[in-house]
Design a protein around this ligand. Structure first.
Ligand SMILES: Nc1ncnc2c1ncn2[C@@H]1O[C@H](COP(=O)(O)OP(=O)(O)OP(=O)(O)O)[C@@H](O)[C@H]1O
Ligand SMILES: [Mg+2]
Length: 232
């Protein structure tokens, strides 16, 4: 198990996964004594082969699934950005979609408006407040999903391959923007990806294999290790 002091930056972890096990069925274990910790205010990535359990782990962190054993500590307010934004933007316009995420907070109309505008400003899309969702590009949709989490004052955001459907330029713009948001706003982000070039933007990375984290830390070290294994 990783102890709090193992984290190089010395920052306290805000996401803590301790020895979790999870199986979808009795035949196959997906996560087997999996542990990781993400320090507050940092941008970490999670890599692993197809089927290694990355999305399952993110769903456990989001509270959408319950582990068979082990424990998970997450901030009270955590956002989730999916691979396909069409699976999470539900209202007809940008402003209405972000406001919809605030329904449970019993805010006044003025407060909702303020939160929506501030969140859109954070992702540089204030001018799209009235735009219908169907008239957005894929990258804009992902930034609206991120604005939704910012409007809810989420401390942490989980990203499950948010760039998988984006072209290379938009992909790198999004990852750079998330890095800036993490650093400017003190957010914590855990980002699943297969794209090794994205590792250049994060503070640290985990490699999931055989149901557990088998390597973690310096992104460039992990990148070289994965590039070397791709060549074999
Ligand atoms: N809803 C489900 N019901 C049953 N088994 C599932 C379900 N979702 C995932 N699995 C299985 O759990 C294992 C891990 O899947 P998961 O989607 O977490 O992997 P992943 O690392 O996210 O893969 P990818 O890189 O392809 O997205 C796989 O064997 C998969 O078939
Ligand atoms: Mg997945």
């Amino acid at each position: 198990m990783v102890s709090d002091t193992d984290i190089k930056s010395g920052k306290s972890p805000i996401i803590k996964v301790n020895d979790i096990c999870f199986s979808w069925s009795s035949e196959a274990t997906v996560l087997n004594s999996c542990s990781l910790q993400v320090p507050r205010g940092e941008f970490w990535m999670l890599l692993g082969n197809n089927g290694s359990g990355k999305s399952t782990l993110l769903r456990l962190l989001a509270g959408l699934l319950i582990p068979d054993s082990g424990s998970i500590v997450m901030p009270y307010k955590t956002g989730f950005v999916f691979q396909n934004p069409d699976h999470q933007l539900v209202m007809p316009t940008v402003g209405a979609d972000i406001a919809f995420g605030l329904v449970s907070e019993n805010l006044s109309i003025v407060q909702v408006k303020q939160r929506v505008r501030e969140a859109l400003d954070a992702v540089n899309l204030l001018d799209l407040e009235r735009r219908p969702i169907h008239a957005l590009s894929g990258g804009q949709k992902q930034r609206i999903a991120i604005a939704g989490a910012i409007a809810r004052n989420c401390e942490a955001i989980l990203f499950d391959e948010p760039t998988a459907l984006l072209d290379p330029d938009t992909q790198l713009e999004l990852v750079a923007q998330v890095r800036n948001l993490v650093k400017q706003r003190g957010l914590t982000a855990l980002w699943v990806t297969h794209r090794l070039e994205e590792l250049d933007y994060c503070d640290g990375a985990f490699l999931l294999e055989g149901g557990k984290v088998v390597a973690q830390g310096e992104p460039q070290v992990l990148k070289e290790k994965l590039l070397a294994s791709e060549k074999q």
